[in-house]
Design a protein around this ligand. Structure first.
Ligand SMILES: Cc1cc2nc3c(=O)[nH]c(=O)nc-3n(C[C@H](O)[C@H](O)[C@H](O)COP(=O)(O)OP(=O)(O)OC[C@H]3O[C@@H](n4cnc5c(N)ncnc54)[C@H](O)[C@@H]3O)c2cc1C
Length: 301
């Protein structure tokens, strides 16, 4: 994707991730965030892909509306979960019909218990690289994939994890977006591993994902669902900020979260990351604050 390549501009690009709204109130909130981010000119906005029919219909519709009614470039996530190859083809067709040509291809996790055993749909695909091949065969799509600075929780070791990422890139993915992480050295080591494994694929952008934490409960849950956790020192810091009351002190947690996301962003920029990708949970405020701290928020020329 061209927008991830620095064109010598003073500021590196950033992108943001939205999640599919569950109901009309959620959809209204999403649109407020969409319009706020539109002012800030992200390189692209991505929309995650969840389980469940009605959410999926809404995801396709809303992502299509972003393509048609805003100046933003949408990237639609697509997972192989519970889909036959025919259904996957039809999903890709639905996106194409709505003018969406950028797809983040993922295998997804088992529905119900994401950490449970993965069972391929009898007529589906087993791994994400097969889905990359499928999508690329279906038309002129720009494909991204997932990468894992700490290694995917099901990977045997970091070497196998690197091989899996390189296979997805060789299958035709143009870039990857990482899972969120807290130690920038993990990101730098991933980048080095991919370059060492395959210099050609190593030249493709690995876009680091940052979540400005505003709720300790939410981040703990999100990390647990992906087989990860906050490092102990950070968990302690957030726990202290959250306080001992029946409800966590959201303002104090938020302050630590913004500071942490800013520090991670600063180091990534200094280390030459190609772009920064932010998990927004469909709210603009925290991400905008981090972007401002990083000097990425000012009007672009
Ligand atoms: C940026 C980002 C966005 C995401 N968006 C979504 C989303 O919208 N919806 C959602 O449900 N999930 C999403 N996820 C989560 C993702 O679906 C899970 O992390 C999933 O467990 C792995 O997906 P993958 O595409 O990396 O799978 P794969 O690359 O297929 O890897 C899955 C596992 O299989 C192993 N593996 C792969 N190929 C082989 C092989 N040939 N032989 C043996 N083992 C192999 C890998 O090591 C890994 O352990 C996202 C993750 C990231 C990082």
């Amino acid at each position: 994707m061209d927008r991830l390549r620095s064109d010598g501009a003073a500021r590196i690009p950033f992108s943001v991730e939205f999640s599919p709204p569950r109901d009309e109130a959620g959809e209204a909130r999403l649109w407020r965030a969409v319009r706020e981010f539109e002012q800030l000119q992200p390189a692209f906005v991505s929309m995650t892909y969840g389980a469940g029919g009605s959410t999926r219909d809404r995801t396709v519709r809303v992502t299509g509306q972003i393509a048609e009614e805003t100046t933003l470039l949408p990237v639609a996530h697509l997972t192989a979960v519970s889909h036959s190859v025919d259904e996957l083809r039809s999903m890709v067709g639905s996106y194409a019909d709505r003018g969406i040509s950028n797809i983040l291809v993922l295998r997804g996790d088992p529905p119900g218990d994401p950490l449970g055993d993965w069972e391929k749909h009898p007529d589906g695909v087993e791994y994400a690289d097969e889905l990359v091949t499928l999508v690329r065969e279906l038309g002129d799509f720009h494909v991204g994939v997932a990468s894992f600075p700490e290694g995917h929780y099901r990977a045997l070791n970091l070497e196998q994890d690197t091989r899996v990422l390189v296979n997805k890139l060789r299958a035709g993915a143009e870039y990857s977006i990482t899972q969120m992480f807290f130690d920038v050295d993990d990101y730098l080591r991933l980048r080095d591993r991919v370059v060492a494994f395959d210099p050609e694929q190593g030249a493709k952008p690995i876009v680091p994902e940052i979540m400005p934490i505003t709720s300790l409960r939410t981040v703990r849950r999100a990390l647990a669902l992906s087989g990860s956790a906050l490092p102990k020192a950070l968990d302690d810091r957030f726990t202290t900020a959250a306080g001992t009351g029946p409800e966590e002190d959201r303002a104090a947690v938020r302050e630590v979260g913004i500071e942490l996301a800013t520090q991670i962003g600063e180091r990534l920029i200094a280390e030459g990351a190609p772009a920064l990708h932010f998990i927004t949970l469909n709210f603009a405020k925290a991400t905008r604050e981090v972007l401002t701290n990083l000097g990425l928020c000012a009007a672009r020329v």
